[in-house]
Design a binder for this molecule. Structure first.
Ligand code: SF4
Length: 379
C-alpha cells in the first residue's frame, strides 16, 4: 500500500483534507494599470484617498487631473483608444444617476455600482453593450456614501424577495454589473469594505458579486456573516482559454471559490455566457465536474448556479467587432432568433430548439453532478 503522505514537518497528513495536500496556490492574477488618474473631487472622499494610498503602495503614481471630467483618453485610432483606455484606471466620484439604484432581475433586487469598467479582454464582454465611450476603469471614491445610501432600499425587494426559494436572502444587491471586483480589489479595497458593511448590517440583506479573477486573499477571514454570496464566473475550456483574455485561469478561479466556501461564504457559479460550441455537452460536462471537484466536499456548502446563454445586440456586436476584429465568438444573426428585450431593444439569442436542449441538459447534469447546487435562474 502507498505510504501515508507527510507534511514538510514530517507529520502524517489527513488525506481527507484536500487543502492540506494541495500544492500552494499560485499568486493571484493582479492588474497593473499603465496610468492612474484622479479627479479633484475624488480627493474630497476618504475612500478616494485610501485608494490613492493603495495605488501608491503598489509603486504606481497617481496623476491629479485639472478637472472632474476624464479627457485625453482617445488615441489616433479606435484600436489605440481601446488599448489606452483599458490600461487606465481613474479614481472618480460616481455620477448622481448611479446613486439611484435600478432593479437588476433576475440576479438581484438592486444593482449597486462601486466601479465601472474592467481591465480584462473577454471577446463577448457584456459591458460593450452597456457602457459608452472608451473603456476606462473608473473606481468610485464616494464608496462610503454609496454604502450608506443602501439603507433606503433594505426591505424593498423587487424580484428576489418575491420568490419563495430566495426569500431567506433578504434584499439583494448586485455589485458586479459593470465591472469585475477581484480584478480591482488589490488597488481599491472597495469590495472588502462592502463585505464588512453587509456583515455588520442588522437587517436581512445580501451582497452579491461575480468574478473571473482569483484574488481572494483579502476576503478570507473577513466578518462577512454569510451576507455576501460570491460567484465564480466560469465557462467550458474552449471558451475560457480562447476568448477570456487577461482573466485568471479556470482552475485558479475555482481554487479561490473553494477558499471562500471553506471560509463560510455562500458561493456560486455564474456559467456565462453558455455557448453552443461543437461538442458542448462534453465540454460543459468537464466544467461541472471541475466545479464539483473544487467545492463538492466543503462542509456546509451553500452553492448556487446562474445560467446565462450567449446573446448579442446590434450595438454590442458593433462595439465588440471594433475591439476584437478577429473574434472567435460567433455573432451570426442568421443563426439566431431575434427577440425584443426591455424597452423594445433587439437582441439575438439561440433558436428555441438549441435553447431547449441546452436548458434541459444543464438542469439534468447539474442535478446529477452537483446535487446540492440550486439553480437560481436560466436566461
Ligand atoms: Fe467583461 Fe467580465 Fe471579461 Fe471583464 S471579466 S472583460 S467585465 S466579461
Amino acid at each position: 500500500a502507498p505510504a501515508a503522505p507527510h507534511s514538510a514537518s514530517g507529520e502524517a497528513v489527513d488525506t481527507h483534507d484536500l487543502d492540506a495536500v494541495a500544492p500552494p496556490p499560485r499568486p493571484a492574477r493582479r492588474w497593473t494599470p499603465k496610468r492612474v488618474v484622479a479627479t479633484p473631487a475624488a480627493y474630497d472622499h476618504a475612500h478616494g484617498r485610501r485608494i490613492m494610498a493603495l495605488v501608491e503602495a503598489h509603486g504606481l503614481e497617481v496623476e491629479r487631473l485639472r478637472g472632474n471630467r476624464l479627457t485625453g483618453l482617445r488615441g489616433e485610432s479606435d484600436r489605440e483608444t481601446y488599448a489606452r483606455a483599458k490600461a487606465t484606471m481613474a479614481i472618480v466620484v460616481s455620477p448622481p444617476s448611479r446613486r439611484k439604484l435600478q432593479p437588476i432581475a433576475p440576479s438581484a433586487d438592486w444593482r449597486v455600482d462601486l466601479a465601472e469598467g474592467c481591465p480584462a479582454h473577454c471577446q463577448y464582454c457584456y459591458l460593450a453593450g452597456s457602457l459608452t465611450g472608451p473603456p476606462v476603469t473608473r473606481i468610485y471614491a464616494d464608496l462610503d456614501d454609496i454604502l450608506a445610501g443602501l439603507a433606503d432600499y433594505a426591505g424593498r425587494g423587487t424580484i428576489t424577495s418575491r420568490r419563495a426559494d430566495r426569500r431567506d436572502e433578504g434584499t439583494t444587491f448586485e455589485a458586479s454589473c459593470y465591472t469585475d471586483p477581484l480584478a480591482l480589489e488589490h488597488l481599491t479595497g472597495s469590495w472588502r469594505r462592502a463585505v464588512e458593511h453587509f456583515g455588520a448590517w442588522d437587517a436581512p440583506v445580501q451582497l452579491r458579486w461575480t468574478t473571473k479573477f482569483d484574488d481572494v486573499d483579502g476576503f478570507v477571514g473577513l466578518a462577512h456573516h454569510g451576507r455576501t454570496r460570491v460567484r465564480s464566473s466560469v465557462n467550458c475550456r474552449p471558451v475560457t482559454t480562447r476568448v477570456e483574455g487577461g482573466t485568471s485561469r479556470l482552475e485558479d478561479r475555482l481554487a479561490g471559490l473553494r477558499r471562500l466556501a471553506r471560509d463560510g461564504y455562500p458561493v456560486g457559479v455564474t456559467i456565462a455566457p453558455i455557448i453552443a460550441v461543437p461538442d458542448w455537452q462534453a465540454h460543459y460536462g468537464e466544467l461541472l465536474d471541475a466545479v464539483a471537484a473544487a467545492v463538492g466536499d466543503v462542509p456546509g456548502l451553500d452553492l448556487t448556479a446562474e445560467l446565462i446563454t450567449h446573446r448579442f445586440t446590434p450595438g454590442s456586436k458593433e462595439v465588440l467587432l471594433g475591439w476584437y476584429p478577429r473574434t472567435r465568438v460567433e455573432m451570426d444573426e442568421q443563426a439566431r432568433s431575434r427577440k425584443h428585450g426591455r424597452f423594445g431593444a433587439v437582441k439575438y439569442v439561440y433558436p428555441a430548439e438549441t435553447m431547449a436542449q441546452l436548458r434541459s441538459w444543464f438542469q439534468h447534469e447539474l442535478a446529477d453532478r452537483l446535487p446540492s447546487c440550486r439553480i437560481l435562474y436560466w436566461t
